[in-house]
Design a binder for this molecule. Sequence first.
Ligand code: KE4
Length: 446
Amino acid sequence: MATDTPTTPPAASTARSAELFERARGVIPGGVNSPVRAFKSVGGAPRFMVRGEGPRLYDADGNSYIDYIGSWGPLILGHAHPQVTAAIAEALARGTSFGCPTELEIEMAELVCEAVASVEVVRMVNSGTEAAMSILRLARGATGREKIIKMDGGYHGHADSLLVQAGSGVATLGLPDSPGVTGGTTADTITVPYNDLASVEGAFGEHDGQIAAIIIEPIAGNMGCVPPAEGYLQGLRDLTSKHGALLIFDEVMTGFRVGFGGAQTLYGVKPDLTMFGKVIGGGLPVGAYGGRRDLMEQIAPAGPIYQAGTLSGNPIAMTAGLATLRILRDGGAGDGGAGSVYEALEASGAALAAGLAEAALEAGIEIYQTRVGSMSGMFFQSGPVGDFASAKLSDTDRYAKFFHGMLAEGVYFAPSQFEAAFISAAHAESDIEQTIAAARKVMKTM
Ligand code: KE4
């Protein structure tokens, strides 16, 4: 859905946002309900948004922004997509939650199983964190093993056992990365560098027979966007199969984002279990986990491994998710032709990346770009970036200057060098062109 891009007013006041931030900090930790929103790593005060439409966000001071966050991934169709909002409005009239099974949940489960070949059975939860907690409990319960391997720089939500310090470059046993997380809960979490098969082999060598699973973002999106090296994911598949461990893909960010079948379909690697979130909720709180039937049927009440949730499979969230996924499956405005949305997203992603590269070259600024479809990264360094250690070599001060310069030009990138950028199907060519023009202007000042 292309939109005529209204001209962005000159960087007007942000007084109302500043006032709201002051008020928020009196009653909400740090003034926000999720840390990254507070602009801590780029400095300055967050903009309080009042509305989103298509590719744009509108803040409390009346400024508008071309949005490359999309609520951190869910809004692949853009803000307030008419078919999604209409479906939600219609569902609302029937009530918001029943605490009983509904056909909507079956339709969602059937759609996810149809889209992702490795998923035979799926359970809805309310966030990616909840999906991660549940999937690890399942992996440990099903294998009878206690240790898990995660990647340095990999993020799977804030469940205790996953809040471990980044490793020291090889397989390191987990030390808590937050007060309140006990050594006991992270003792069984081994961290290894992303894109490094040897360190995984080493971990299995050291802890053979004790490792329940590897949990990984098949395309890392929380160290900036870092795609898997050639053969890496298949290497993990071979190692987990060889050592009787499970392979878990965290597709909360990549699921239905980089293709209708997610990263696993794109790279042709079949995990045992997969987590979902973001896009499958169409902007409402949804997470999910699923995979092999023999594993998933060990989840209560089918099996003994407990997991529950008051609002899991909520009818309004299912409605928003189903409306979104059906448009992605059927293409464009639901006019048939599977994949046409993804083709458009690929074209937009490529155009933005090329424009940013040109702007950086013109300004004599070194950047290292990564991209998979409509999910991308731009590291302020010469690269290459293949893992968290190399990502951290980026010039984060320069990123902060870029972020604020673009914000003043009405373009909203993530307020952190270590996040991904997302394009939606609502971003028109004119939005991409406006973004590139702004980047050319801003990069010259950095
Ligand atoms: P939630 O619990 O925030 O729904 O999902 C956690 C999660 C799990 N797995 C992956 C790959 C994720 O990217 C996330 C959450 N992503 C962050 C952005 N990098 C959400 C933004 C935020 O924390 O506010």
